[in-house]
Design a binder for this molecule. Structure first.
Ligand code: NAP
Length: 267
């Protein structure tokens, strides 16, 4: 049996288990692969990764707060993950652990279904892990990025690294002239809040919220009301999971089956 695992702390929900296990079932490999989740405290991370080798766990999906710290326990880091500075996926090939980042692939796949990114003016709100992966992907595709963050220091550092502009949250009125607005903060997660006033939105924009719970955040609801195109956080989650699935199994993922499993997921 090949075991794949989500690790994080805390880790309360099992969206990833639902979508990966649905995929195994569809491809008739559910007697070969199983996907589980495990809560791993930061102090236990080193031992947990040693356990991945000892038990021959095939793949690990890494969530907060381990995405950066896990890197030092791996044998190899892929070049995109190195540039982003975070790993969300570990593949175990005969005891050698390789780290990847599929968050940027998830975000970019979802966005590219709505628009071309070259020379688009994109506002990214946030400068944490999700923002880093997204800014990396946007710059690779030639988008022009401005980062807005509560901590100006973090915005400045991220902007310098990926040749972007930056500002504090005090200049969000600039969002009105952007082609694409991305909320890459946790604001809106299980709460009816948004950092973006609806007066800065217009129907020609694409509005993307990385927050996936609830599916329709306040930002997405406001964008839909004015007729803007939206990208849901669950789409990023789906496509990053699809990239993981293909790394773990070496097979083409059954996207529609996995999408349905995610859409029907209830907390
Ligand atoms: P993180 O590294 O902790 O970064 C959090 C970011 O949110 C920082 O920029 C932080 O600003 C900002 N922030 C938090 N609370 C704020 C507030 N009250 N007001 C203004 N800014 C605030 O977290 P992360 O890993 O980037 O995750 C961010 C969100 O993305 C989470 O909700 C996570 O679930 C989601 N996510 C979704 C996917 C997906 O596939 N859809 C993938 C990854 C993450 P400061 O720098 O000023 O603290």
């Amino acid at each position: 049996m090949k075991i794949c695992l989500s690790i994080g702390y805390p880790i309360k929900t099992s969206r990833s288990s639902s979508i990966h296990n649905a995929g195994y079932k569809k491809l008739r490999i559910a007697d070969e692969f199983i996907y589980l989740r495990a809560e791993v405290k930061p102090k236990d991370l080193k031992d947990a990764i040693a356990g991945v080798k000892a038990f021959g766990i095939r793949g690990v999906s890494v969530t907060m707060p381990h995405k950066q710290t896990v890197m030092k326990y791996l044998d190899k880091i892929d070049k995109d993950a190195k540039k982003i500075g975070a790993v969300n996926t570990i593949v175990n090939d005969n005891g050698r652990l390789a780290g990847f980042n599929t968050d940027w692939i998830g975000a970019l796949t979802a966005l590219k279904k709505r628009t071309n990114l070259k020379e688009k003016q994109v506002a990214v709100i946030g400068a944490g892990g999700a923002a880093r992966a997204i800014v990396y992907g946007l710059r690779r595709k030639g988008a022009l990025v401005k980062i807005f963050n509560r901590s100006l220091k973090k915005a400045k550092e991220l902007a310098k690294e990926f040749k972007s502009q930056f500002s504090s949250l005090d200049s969000l009125e600039e969002l009105a002239k952007m082609d694409i607005i991305i909320n890459a903060t946790s604001v809106g997660m299980n709460e009816d809040q948004s950092l973006v006033d609806k007066k800065f939105l217009n129907k020609n924009q694409i509005i993307f919220d990385v927050v996936y719970s609830p599916k329709e955040t306040l930002l997405i609801k406001n964008a839909l009301k004015i007729g803007a195109k939206v990208v849901y956080g669950y789409e990023m989650l789906l496509y990053q999971g699809i990239a993981q699935f293909e790394l773990y199994t070496g097979m083409k993922a059954p996207i529609e089956t996995m999408r349905k499993a995610l859409e029907s997921y209830e907390n």
